[in-house]
Design a protein around this ligand. Sequence first.
Ligand code: ZN
Length: 328
Amino acid sequence: MLRIVFALFLCVPAALGWDAAGHRAVTRLALERMPADGPAWLKTPDAIARIADQSVVPDRWRSIKIGQLQHANNPDHYFDVEDLEPYGIAFADIAPLRVEFIKQLMEVRCAKGWTRSPKPVNPARDTDKTQEWPGFLPWAIVEQYGKVQSAFRVVRVLEKINDPRRAAQLEQAKQDAGVHMGILAHFVGDAAQPLHMTKHHHGWVGDNPNNYYTDRSFHSYIDGGVIRLHKIDTDTIRPRLTAAVKVDARNPWLDVLTYLQRSFDQVVPLYELKKSGDLDKAPGKEFIELRLADAASMLQALYEAAWTAANPDQGAIDEFKRYDGFGG
Ligand SMILES: [Zn+2]
């Protein structure tokens, strides 16, 4: 029996992010706040329910034990800011392109003569071969933002072409947009969970002068337990929503870093709340609601920016027709 319990423990994923309820709430609130003159097809109860459910999908990928998928997907859900310290790289200075970032780290390793990662890797637990990297959440968000913009572009092009024979094509384009919006919602939601921005993701590790909580279960408690305790849902988060966030529609990289930094800044306050016992009282409820509200505001800003930037000019419409080969 003990062996089974131990085996189950080893199978616990490294970091899931909010439970489904948290991801769905973030997505619903972002869609609710889309402007009235925005795409009406995104504001129907059916579309909101579908996209909210889609926001859970990147966690479902984690249970498929295909090495290539786990290697690529698992580190997309987090970024451990402290892992940059040995490299002498500030979070604001990480390379905006994913592989360029890996090169950025490797160049420091070469310059310092390191033959391996400065971050300890436990081969027995590094089954997806990702432990040596801080994670790739910032890139996952902006890459996915681009896919949402592309999907919106196709919808807007087809709406302007306005050809009834293309009805199935337009419907599929809308479905595709919903899929990509849900995936973006997932990663934006994960980023608001402060434990996805720190090496202290499953309890405090290393030096612990403030005697912070060290139990691994802390992560899953924040993902879901504390949400259930305080009965947090869309109705309780909604009053916490801040004024509309603005992002650079052409390239929201810096806005995404600012958003991630806000979450990282809440790591120590979260551990303080745990230590004082306030996490399970009103201040803890407010803290979690504010994190989820920040995610919803950021997500809404990204959706809106992607929709605006996707507005096609005549050149884009002509190009679409040229490569689309419709009816051919
Ligand atoms: Zn996740």
